[in-house]
Ligand binder design. Structure first.
Ligand code: R5P
Length: 310
């Protein structure tokens, strides 16, 4: 087997390769003068089981194109099987038509990856589990919950925690964490009664005196998280910590988090943390390298991946 990486997550890719006890495949992924992407695979891959690790995070379009072009290069170089390892699958938030004339970008991107020549996909905490079905090739959607719950047990007094979903859509994910921590579950229900009126945050569940853990798949602007944290504190929560798989953290999100009342935000390295993230006093990164590495290993040796979560 061989594992290659684009430019999105070099650090994670190296750690995954270390877990597999193989060197990272040698490839040249750079830009032409006009910023077109240039890819050259610099070792023989004929008949090999190849993995390409690349998140479609910021800059999303460049990273997506790098992934597609690397898959194309491997296919034309006669790789036996190509697995796209996508720790963060971007373009996932337009996954249905909420109104007329809306695209389903998640399906379009799934088609592009398949069309480029991927035989399998390995990803983590898809924004919506059903995006798995947008790929007509085998797709494994890993869960970060085991990594996050282990971290929570190490860093928090789990006797007094209440797991909270920041919106109704995230209840299944929150329930999975609550089950592992043997805790109760609360839900923040966002309501906007009329267009233009500000959102009202109703908290379903008694969070008074509890150390709340908010869990979500994505933090982008930080709005959802900070508003939910404020609502919980207003309802008497003692503290609010957040566990979020994908730290998109665009615009002024890091500043928003550092100046918020959050005790801590814990994210994974599915997206390479920027220097601002690394310097933030209340943001911590836990690694998914072992989880991804083990899933890659099991895929290569045709072993069960789902049993990783038993
Ligand atoms: C929404 O359904 C997602 O699970 C996240 O809650 C959302 O993408 C977070 O975005 P932001 O940080 O910009 O509020």
């Amino acid at each position: 087997m061989k594992i290659f990486a684009g430019n999105s997550n070099e650090t994670l890719a190296k750690q995954v390769a270390e877990h597999l006890d193989i060197p990272l495949g040698v490839a040249n992924v750079r830009r032409f003068a006009d910023q077109e992407i240039f890819v050259e695979i610099l070792e023989n891959v004929r008949g090999e089981d190849c993995f390409v690790l690349q998140s479609t995070s910021f800059p999303a379009n460049d990273n997506l194109m790098e992934l597609l072009i690397m898959i194309d290069a491997l296919r034309r170089a006669s790789a036996r099987r190509i697995t796209a390892v996508i720790p963060y699958f971007g373009y996932a938030r337009q996954d249905r038509k909420p109104g007329p004339r809306a695209p389903i970008s998640a399906k379009l991107v799934a088609n592009m990856i398949t069309e480029a020549g991927a035989d399998r996909v390995l990803t983590l905490d898809l924004h919506a589990a059903q995006i798995q079905g947008f790929f007509d090739i085998p797709t494994d959607n890993l869960f970060a919950v085991p990594v996050l719950s282990r971290d929570a047990k190490e860093h928090l007094d789990v006797q007094n925690v209440m797991v909270v979903s920041p919106d109704v859509g995230g209840v299944v994910r929150a329930r999975a964490l609550a089950k592992r921590l043997d805790s109760l579950l609360a839900i923040v229900d966002k309501r906007r009664d009329k267009p233009g009126e500000s959102e009202v945050m109703n908290v379903i569940g008694d969070v008074k005196g509890k150390d709340c853990i908010l869990i979500d798949d994505i933090i982008d602007s930080g709005g959802t998280l900070c508003n939910a944290a404020e609502a919980l504190l207003k309802m008497g929560a003692t503290s609010v910590t957040a566990y979020i798989t994908h730290g998109v953290l665009s615009g002024g999100a890091v500043a928003r988090i550092t100046s918020s009342k959050l005790k801590e935000l814990v994210i994974t390295d599915s997206i390479e943390p920027t220097s601002a993230v690394q310097a933030a006093s209340n943001i911590r990164v836990v690694s998914i390298a072992e989880l991804m590495g083990e899933a890659v290993k099991r895929t290569a040796s045709e072993k069960s991946v789902s049993s990783l979560f038993d």
